[in-house]
Design a protein around this ligand. Structure first.
Ligand code: EPZ
Length: 444
């Protein structure tokens, strides 16, 4: 176990290059199961979730070679179709292999990915879609596995009841080899899905997004190997953009993608954050420390992404007035609030008035824990002070680091191995920007 020791209050200045998107990398490995030919992926972020996903593929028989940020995946001809529990249970994306395994081998046994810190996160929308394509899927409560078989997936027209990012991807990964045409309606719009579509097209898939929320796939007999470069990670760019604003510094972000974070840039501008367009792929972010309260409501793309609300909360502790954050995608994504309150943040929970919660929220309302609130109100500006902090989910973890960077004094941040799941060399990048941050082993 390791922790960060951070001495905050230093405005961050310098340049950071954003790496490949975690939420694309993980799915490119799932897509590699669709062919017996080698698949080479470039710009793979060297993060723990990627290592976990490689273990899932190896457990199914694949051979994987890594060189710098390039990964070469070669499927075995004798793939096993059962993901071992200890390998699958470590990350939710492991459940997505059900699509390619059913499409190619007519069988898949995957552990229930289950919930995590941010919610129940079931995969009912994935399962229903696969059943519409002809899969038989039962959930065995004794072994905690979904057992799926199919005598050959066939195309269908499936309308998602609600938005699901990986649900859309799981069905794409099955439909590309299914018999006939599949139309996915009310499909998710997250741009990472379009990167996966590009990869599948480069493997020979007949697939296209024919409107904002409709994707059409014609199944083909076989897919071939490919070489592909992953897009940059939007969440990492937003994290560093807010690091600049929160510390009143100036950070130049390379591999920037302003077009894909417009809802964030609009809110940042309203709050008084400054965005400089250096060129198409380079952006400077800065702030003078005087910020206006800017309330946000999270939503699936193209809305203000749920992954950005935690660092946004830290930013709003530095704004004048009372701002609000309404989280509508996950039912339990405010775990960081108690930690920020240790630093002096003035945050209270509230229940935003919603007429029909089941229709309004992206999660299933019956997953909503009693007494849990979907809104927080933040009163600023607050001078945050140092504290001993505990990370328990990836994006909240980055948030606590940002808060410690803004706070006066020395803070300890425990549980940094959770950060390693989604951020490559996070503390090194921050050190290069002038942060006083050390990573040390926890005393046993
Ligand atoms: C993906 O999660 C991302 N993860 C998340 O990023 C991201 O926050 C989320 O999309 C929203 O953009 C990956 O891509 C690996 P959903 P996903 O299916 O696909 C409920 C990060 O930090 N739901 O769009 O799991 C679900 O519980 C992670 O990188 C069902 O009820 O999100 C959630 O409340 C965090 N049944 C909501 O819908 C289903 O079958 C949205 O889920 C599917 C989803």
């Amino acid at each position: 176990m390791e922790k960060f020791i951070i001495n905050g209050g230093i405005p961050l200045h310098g340049t950071v290059a954003v790496g490949g998107a975690k939420n694309v990398a993980l799915k490119t490995f799932v897509a590699a199961l669709l062919t017996d030919e080698p698949v080479v992926i470039h710009n793979v972020p060297l993060i723990r979730d990627v290592t976990y996903m490689m273990d899932v593929l190896r457990s199914l028989g694949a051979t994987i070679e890594i060189s710098d940020h390039t990964v070469r995946i070669q499927n075995s001809t004798s793939v096993t179709t059962t993901v071992p529990l200890e390998v699958g249970a470590r990350l939710r994306t492991s459940s997505m292999v059900i699509g390619p395994l059913l499409a190619r081998y007519g069988e898949a046994n995957i552990p229930n990915p289950g919930g995590c810190r941010i919610g129940a996160r079931p995969i009912d929308r994935h399962i229903e879609g696969l059943k519409e394509m002809g899969a038989e899927i039962i959930y065995n409560h004794d072994d905690g596995y979904f057992h799926a078989t199919s005598s050959g997936l066939h195309g269908t027209t499936y309308r998602f009841p609600k938005n699901t990012h990986t649900g859309t991807e799981t069905l794409l990964l099955a439909a590309v080899l299914a018999q006939g045409e599949t139309i996915l309606e009310n499909a998710a719009e997250e741009i990472e899905i379009d990167d996966l579509i590009k990869l599948l097209q480069s493997m020979g898939a007949d697939i296209a997004r024919i409107s904002a929320r409709t994707i059409k796939i014609h199944g083909v007999k076989k897919l071939h190997g490919t070489e592909f470069t992953i897009m940059p990670d939007r969440n990492v760019e937003v994290t560093f953009a807010l690091a600049a604003a929160i510390t009143a510094g100036k950070i130049t972000v390379q591999n920037s993608q302003r077009h894909n974070i417009r809802s964030f840039l609009s809110a940042l501008g309203s709050a008084g954050g400054v965005t400089g367009e250096v060129d198409e792929h380079t952006t400077t972010y800065s702030g003078n420390g005087n910020y206006k309260l800017t309330s946000i409501v999270t939503a699936p793309d193209p809305g203000f992404m749920t992954d950005w609300q935690a660092p946004w909360a830290v930013f709003m502790t530095q704004a004048s007035g009372r701002s609000a954050i309404h989280e509508t995608v996950f039912e339990s994504r405010f775990s960081y609030v108690s930690e920020l309150k240790k630093m002096g943040a003035e945050i209270e929970f509230f229940d935003p008035p919603v007429e029909d919660p089941e229709a309004f929220y992206n999660f299933n309302w019956n997953d909503h824990p009693d007494g849990y609130h979907q809104g927080i109100k933040i009163l600023g500006p607050t001078i945050l002070h140092n504290a001993i902090l505990e990370i328990d989910d990836l994006r909240a973890g980055a948030t606590l680091v940002l808060a410690a960077l803004a706070a006066k004094g020395e803070s300890y941040v425990h549980g940094v191995e959770i950060l390693d799941r989604g951020y490559e060399n996070f503390e090194k990048s921050l050190k290069n920007l002038g942060a006083n941050i050390e990573r040390v082993k926890e005393e046993v």
